[in-house]
Ligand binder design. Sequence first.
Ligand code: ARG
Length: 581
Amino acid sequence: MPDPQLVLAARVQAALGAAFGPSYADADPVIRPSSFADLQANVALPLAKKLGRKPRDVADEIVAHLDTADVVADVQVSGPGFINLTLSDGWIAAAAQRALTDERLDVPLVDKPHKVVVEYSSPNVAKEMHVGHLRTTIVGDALARILGFLGHEVIRDNHVGDWGTPFGMLIEHLLDLGEDAAARGDSSVSDLTEFYQAARRKFDGDEAFADRSRRRVVALQAGDAETLRLWNVLVDVSKRYFNAVYGQLGVTLSDADIKGESFYNDLLEPTVRELEEKGIAVVSEGALCAFPPGFTGREGEPLPVIIRKSDGGYNYSTTDLATIRYRVDTEHVDRMVYVVGTTQALHFQMVFAVARMAGWLNDDVRAEHAQIGNVLGTDGKLLRTRAGGTVKLSELLDEAVERAGAVFDEIQHDQPYDDATRAAIVRDVAMGAVKYADLSVARDSEYVFDLDRMISFHGKTGPYLQYAVARIRSIFRKGGLTPEQAAGPIVLGHPAERALALELLGFGAVVQQAGETTEPHRLASYIYAVADAYTTFHENCPVLKAPDEQTKASRLALCAATLRTLVTGLDLLGVPTPERM
Ligand code: ARG
């Protein structure tokens, strides 16, 4: 899909080269949407300074050299030297037509595909998933889909917290309850919060239990077979729970994507050895530390990344360093995207800095922390239950389904659906609502988790967009043809048709940007803009009752192109689109 902005940028650059010499041909033409024309180039003003000429003269000279053929219908110099560009209807129509007939909506695959690890969700074993994990799951899944669509090789990676000292007490507690409690699905085990807290209480109050737990940690780390078997029982209980949540959300993570902290256990020692050999890890106050340059504490003292504690134990940072080393040496990735909360920003900055010192990360292999902001309750504070505990994800999602059902029944009182169909639609609406609300906010901003606002059929919501899709599908059902049969040709008459077609052409560039910046909210906003342009079109341009057959064919083709753009875009966000609503 030719992004009009890019096409015009190339033309303006060619004009710059022709007017002022080849050294100007790669200046940024600064082309932006404008309310005066389709697009505006703001290049004459900055250039005028360099050339020592009047900005308007520079603008006139660019225009004189501009090749407008096929693409530009009108060009005007305005104000101090802005260049206003109006695209030709024929070019827009032809580009929309190409998108319609191309299975990728004419979105090109990237020239240089990367091997990208997208690390997301990453909940902790034997602990409840919380709303923070909800967001890393939803955003990470969207990023994995987007990068995959662009043609990158994506490795989904669920870095679950499945290792460390708490597992001693958790295993002992499991033994006390009896393994068959886990097999039966007894709530004393499957209610993870309850299970964890009960173990903690015993650990704090019962010396003998605490002793057993500590011995169990030693056995676990030594790889004792029976201990590992018990550990696996716990991991399985949690996996079952994670998968239930993933299934509910419709995210693309599977067991095969789990590479938890335990996976790197055997790699910790060689990683540490390499850091020592390279002179990066040094002993400080009994612990083995790295001091990445530029990180200092309040008093200006260098801040350490602790690699091995004075008791010989490794920690969270060590695992993350071993992970980077593994991804570089074994998986040969070019890019790592960490979809993790903003609260861990300093941790990642320091770990990445140490990895650069070690040469694992460099200009060719980059690591990025895609920061995720907090989820707040309607009171503006971190989302908590009334009792003050963390909110359980599965319960939150159940509540979303319940509310979506109520809202749906209200707007669809004489719905023709049987129970199963209704339930499927309601589930899609609920998950679409939760996901779109999450994705439409910049990922590093906080947002308020407000089911009432999310599950509304008005405004910038998932259900509104799903409804827009269902409405277009119903036009095709009424018209007795499938969207695939709408072949056009697209001809633009009414301004609402032109505005819609122009909006559709922005899809490829937005997806590309969302992948590059790891910011799915750009795509979320774009999809809303498409739905908005479609609504104006729908209100002004009758489709099935169009004045003549040619207009009808063109409008049906516009509907089909819109439908595919919305469905593809929403699918990249992981938002389902029910056939009917
Ligand atoms: N399990 C961690 C948590 O729940 C998140 C892990 C993030 N990823 C990482 N490579 N450290 O907070």
